[in-house]
Design a protein around this ligand. Structure first.
Ligand SMILES: [Zn+2]
Length: 149
């Protein structure tokens, strides 16, 4: 099901710290499937649960912009390490459709941990675009938008 994307940057749900997922219920699994569908349709390369009105620590991301892209779903993601090296690149946000792309500086490599929809712990080493997407989505879980950067 395509979900409605919150596009008011003053909406409290986009501005608060999202809650940890305590139990991966059928509703959470369905939310993830719906978030993936919504991201694909938008189209976008990442989506965080607060953007679809759920204050929960859940993100989905595409691993690249091409047709070989895979989709990553992470529950309670935590960035464990960030590279010292940073890079500037343009970012947009599905919740800020009126905002033009902004140049955002972020670490180029990260290590992130979280749970997959089956409840297994996953560790991902990401760099480049994927590292950027994950950091952008984790920011959403902490109520941070690119206009704040
Ligand atoms: Zn965003």
């Amino acid at each position: 099901m395509i979900l409605y994307i919150q596009t008011n940057p003053n909406n409290p749900i986009l501005r608060q710290k999202a809650r940890e997922v305590k139990e991966i219920t059928a509703e959470i699994k369905q939310l993830i499937l719906d978030m993936i569908e919504t991201m694909e349709k938008a189209p976008g390369v990442g989506l965080a649960a607060p953007q679809v009105g759920q204050s929960l620590r859940v993100i989905v991301a595409k691993t690249s912009r091409d047709e070989k892209s895979e989709t990553i779903s992470l529950i309670n993601p935590k960035i464990k390490k960030s590279s010292w090296k940073k890079a500037l690149a343009e970012e947009g946000c599905l919740s800020l459709p009126q905002q033009s792309y902004l140049l955002i500086k972020r670490p180029v490599k990260i290590k992130v941990e979280g749970l997959n929809p089956e409840g297994a712990k996953v560790k991902i080493k990401a760099e480049g675009l994927l590292a950027r997407i994950i950091q952008h989505e984790v920011d959403h879980l902490d109520g941070v938008l690119i206009v704040d950067k």
